[in-house]
Design a protein around this ligand. Sequence first.
Ligand SMILES: O=P(O)(O)OC[C@H]1O[C@H](OP(=O)(O)OP(=O)(O)O)[C@H](O)[C@@H]1O
Ligand code: HPA
Ligand SMILES: [Mg+2]
Length: 179
Amino acid sequence: MLNDIQEVLFDAETIQNKVKELGEQLSQDFEGRNPLVICVLKGAFIFMADLVKQLSIPVELDFMAVSSYGASTKSSGVVKIIKDLDVTVEGREVLVVEDIIDSGLTLSYLIDVLERRNAKSVTVVTLFDKPARRTVELEADYKGFSLPDEFIVGYGLDYAEHYRNLPFVGILKPEVYSK
Ligand SMILES: O=P(O)(O)OC[C@H]1O[C@H](OP(=O)(O)OP(=O)(O)O)[C@H](O)[C@@H]1O
Ligand code: HPA
Ligand SMILES: [Mg+2]
């Protein structure tokens, strides 16, 4: 598995420091707002788990699974809800937790769904951002790291469901997906 990584971009400690920083900022900004924190599965599961441990305010958690990549390094363009929320977002201050914004299609679809369900506010925190790849205009309210236009894996991010368990984030060797 490690042989498939071309270069480590962010080691475990660098990621933890950034997650702590984001958690402290969000705790200040969401003080008194009782946010509903939504994890976008599967990719965001590790970021979500680490981030909520850094929140010092009361929060409620829920999970939603969406998918558009499958076993590809390019978005299919079709975002599918695989698992919906258990609770209603009507009137709630929602914080969406994403691992990465790439084309922006997943989040623009999700934000639209949450707004149509009458969330009071929708805020987005993403750990990674690839601004060069956007096909729809979209900015996260909070972001960890900006990335070059390379396909990355680890810390929740997969290629064909593999590598999610790596504790660091690295660039996948192109020969792995062009095989
Ligand atoms: O901005 P975009 O181009 O839409 O890409 C970002 C989305 O793609 C990945 O999810 P994926 O569809 O691979 O599902 P997964 O989280 O289960 O791996 C990632 O976790 C984001 O949710
Ligand atoms: O670079 C990426 N890696 C893994 N999953 C992704 N989904 C969108 N971009 C990426
Ligand atoms: Mg994926």
